[in-house]
Design a protein around this ligand. Structure first.
Ligand code: ATP
Ligand code: MG
Ligand code: MG
Length: 416
């Protein structure tokens, strides 16, 4: 992808925007961009520099993302709405073309990394509540005040705060700014190995071990205890507005990442803000159990979409006939009675029973969590509570003394 129209190759120490920002190390990447930690020489702060691929369609997408990010920043001058802040944007000319660049506030690990770090054990419910509050504040702001649907809410797109400011505390954070390209620095951040990079490498190795043990609940990585996350501030922000849209200007029919996709999107019955509420519920479940709520697969004689609908009905009960047959794609999956055509026998394992039997929740925790989640997973999109209503739910202010994920006191901190 490092060719004309593709990613821009970056070396550690490279200057951007006439020398204002200096590349430090790679933070992540996506289909559209690579994201770099950069040092802002004007403010002496670290920022995240998202460098888009240069081809026409990517540049167009960046213009749209910048437009959304500007609306988000304009409506939230005090930066308190749990959405990532755009600091600056510009174009960078390189051998592969003109790359739109976004300068964003520097955040920490994603919730996906948090789940992996915790070895897929599920976080304490009190921590899940803290994260849920932040995400709901973001959704309420986007939906009610801006009229924006995120459409790609998932653990990867929610980042924790980096609790240490590297500019103030370079030793503890392991980040001392690199101000120019080191001798012999190789392409894409391969050469300068500071403390953080070493830590991240070690952590990545553990994460790989964990992924392979994910579905094996009896042995291997899964047998290890969860890590202690005591003292880690669970505040977070929603990022990646590349697919976001204004509710009155929707452009894509197929939205959302598979596992977080709402039923009306699969059925193509039209969608609105409530698709984000569905994804939010899937994320809350995953945080508290370590497992995805729905992980559909193609099978013999049925598609991934059909498996997905079947999994939903096994957990949430049968879809009302009117909804099942009401979408543009309904005929692909359902007969006229509202039964799946190719998956005839459905299991029945309601949410609170699953939480107790598989995830060892106490009866009370399971009941309370189900009361919070199940309205968000209503098959009728208009019946789902809004983010504003959800913020009033008593579950968010409960405190439980669940002992299910406390072990290994003193383990290393998650974020730098
Ligand atoms: P996608 O293919 O998901 O659309 P994308 O090219 O739009 O990806 P992002 O999802 O915005 O890119 O960012 C890619 C990754 O970079 C994130 O998953 C995260 O690891 C990292 N990242 C993005 N923004 C920040 C930030 N503000 N602070 C720290 N890391 C970030
Ligand atoms: Mg992303
Ligand atoms: Mg994106």
């Amino acid at each position: 992808s490092y060719r004309k129209g593709g990613y821009h190759a970056v070396r550690i120490g490279d200057p951007f925007a006439s020398g204002r920002y200096i590349a430090q190390r790679k933070l992540g990447w996506g289909q559209f961009s690579t994201v770099w930690l950069a040092y802002d020489t004007q403010t002496s702060k670290y920022v995240a520099l998202k460098i888009q691929k240069s081809a026409q369609q990517f540049a167009q997408a960046a213009i749209h993302e910048i437009e959304v990010l500007c609306a988000i920043a304009d409506g939230d001058p005090s930066n308190s709405k749990c959405t990532v802040r755009l600091i600056d944007h510009f174009k960078h000319a390189g051998p592969n073309g003109q790359h739109p660049c976004m300068v964003l506030e520097f955040l920490g690990d994603s919730l996906l990394q948090l789940i992996r770090f915790n070895r897929y054990k599920g976080l304490e419910l009190n921590k899940v509540r803290e994260i849920c509050k932040c995400v709901l504040i973001a959704l309420d702001y986007l939906h009610r005040e801006l009229g924006i649907i995120h459409t790609d809410l998932k653990p990867e797109n929610i980042l924790l705060f980096s609790t240490i400011d590297p500019a103030k505390d370079p030793i503890r954070s392991g980040l001392t700014p690199i101000l120019e390209r080191p001798e012999g620095g190789t392409l894409n951040g391969g050469s300068t190995m500071n403390i953080i990079e070493k830590k991240l490498k070690r952590r990545a190795k553990r994460a790989v071990a964990n992924i392979s043990g994910r579905r094996d609940s009896m042995g291997g990585a899964a047998a290890k205890p969860a890590r202690c996350l005591d003292g880690i501030d669970m505040r977070c922000k929603v990022v990646d507005f590349g697919n976001a849209c204004w509710a009155d200007k929707r452009f894509a029919e197929e939205i959302q990442t598979r596992q977080y996709r709402a039923p009306e999107v699969i059925l193509q019955s039209g969608y609105t803000f409530s698709v984000d509420m569905w994804s939010f519920a899937c994320i809350a479940f995953e945080l508290s159990t370590g497992d995805m709520m729905f992980a559909p697969k193609t099978g013999e004689g049925f598609s991934e979409d059909e498996d997905h609908l079947a999994l939903m009905m096994e957990l949430l009960g049968k879809m009302p006939r009117k909804i099942a047959v009401g979408g543009a794609r309904s005929k692909d999956f359902f007969d006229r009675h509202g039964d799946l055509k190719r998956i005839r026998r459905l299991k029945n394992l309601p949410l609170d029973r699953l939480l107790v039997t598989k995830y060892k929740f106490s009866d009370t925790d399971a009941r309370e969590f189900r009361e919070f989640l199940s309205p968000l997973l209503d098959f009728s999109p208009e019946k789902r509570p809004t983010a504003q209503q959800c913020l009033q739910h008593p579950w968010l202010n409960l405190r439980s003394s669940d002992g299910k994920s406390k072990v290994d006191a003193g383990m290393s901190k998650l974020k730098i």
